[in-house]
Design a protein around this ligand. Structure first.
Ligand code: C2E
Ligand code: MG
Ligand code: MG
Ligand code: MG
Length: 291
């Protein structure tokens, strides 16, 4: 933030700086309180097979359920938690919730093979992570093959041997690794070669560009997505599209050969209770139709 001259030539702070300092402090307090009072939640969003719309898995998305302020989204929380070092505890809390949710989903008919994708920031890749994850999975009788570890290239760009070792360990343990927000940032294709990546998640900006802008922009977007799809498949990865909001986008992405997708068209991220209700209602509808 910048300082500027006040009326009497005195230096005063830019109010935007005060705001952000106050905001930061407030968010740090929210995080502390949320850890203490158990306000962190893992919302779930279905990931569907683009061919038939069936649910293949769920992504766990962090929410801070503040009793007065309501639901706070992860964007700001994570940045601040990374800076003040609380991300390890925050991440662990969300991980516990998410694995617990997968155990509950598993009890539903037809949902016992669905996978769970969990986001991790670079700072969570410490050598204790595989042990913590293994203990949670053991406690809930869940196979590691049902877990997807979502990372962004920020994790890989660290070029840190310890991080790579943890990634390799998780992969050998049976978890799959997904590269999130692919196509933004540097998106070096060599990551697909150098790391045990199983899933490529095409960033939602690509999905959006399929149906906005000029015909030329949309045509080029289709080419880009097709290119990412071809390379990913040739590297043995499955491809997931993010941010699908319209039927038109679904249809285009299916035709472009993408495997899975997620977005508001299928479902918004929701609490486990709502997700269980929705799945139960769906299976009742199916049973009624069969009868
Ligand atoms: P992400 O992993 O790429 O997650 C997808 C984001 O897109 C989510 O935002 C989701 O709510 C949103 N989304 C899903 N479908 C649609 C759609 O159709 N349209 C639009 N416009 N958006 C859609 P959210 O939940 O706010 O999370 C933002 C980011 O925060 C995530 O991006 C992820 O990078 C990070 N994040 C979320 N939970 C965690 C967590 O537990 N740990 C860590 N380290 N990061 C997390
Ligand atoms: Mg993600
Ligand atoms: Mg993403
Ligand atoms: Mg994202």
């Amino acid at each position: 933030a910048r300082k500027r001259d006040g009326k009497n030539g005195m230096l005063v702070f830019d109010t935007s700086m005060l705001d952000s300092a106050r905001e930061r402090h407030e968010m740090e307090q929210n995080i502390d309180a949320a850890l203490k009072e158990d306000w962190f939640e893992a919302y779930l969003q279905p990931i569907v097979s683009l061919g038939d719309g069936r649910i293949a898995g769920f992504e766990a998305l962090m929410r801070l359920n503040h009793p007065e302020k309501g639901i706070l989204s992860p964007a700001k929380i994570i940045g601040i938690a990374e800076e003040n070092g609380s991300i390890a505890r925050v991440g662990e809390r969300v991980l516990e919730k998410a694995i617990g949710h997968l155990a509950r989903l598993t009890q539903l008919e037809g949902a016992d093979t669905t996978y769970l994708a969990i986001n991790f920031s670079p700072l969570q890749f410490t050598e204790t992570l595989p042990h913590k994850l293994a203990a949670l999975l053991l406690k809930h009788h869940i196979s590691p093959t049902r877990i997807v570890i979502e990372i962004t290239e920020a994790v890989l760009m660290l070029d840190n041997p310890d991080v790579h070792a943890v990634l390799k360990q998780l992969s050998e343990f049976g978890c799959r690794i997904a590269l999130d927000d692919f196509g933004t940032g540097y998106s070096s294709l060599s990551y697909l070669n150098r790391f045990p990546v199983d899933i490529v998640k095409v960033d939602q900006s690509f999905t959006r560009s399929l149906s906005t802008g000029t015909a030329d922009v949309r045509r080029k977007s289709r080419m880009l997505i097709k290119g990412i799809r071809t390379i990913s498949h040739q590297m043995g990865c499955t491809v997931v599209a993010e941010g699908i909001e319209t039927k038109e986008q679904w249809e285009l992405l299916r035709k472009l050969g993408l495997d899975y997708g997620q977005g508001y068209l299928f479902s918004r991220p929701m609490p486990i209770e709502n997700m269980l209700l929705m799945l139960e209602m769906e299976s009742e509808v199916k049973a009624t139709n069969r009868a």
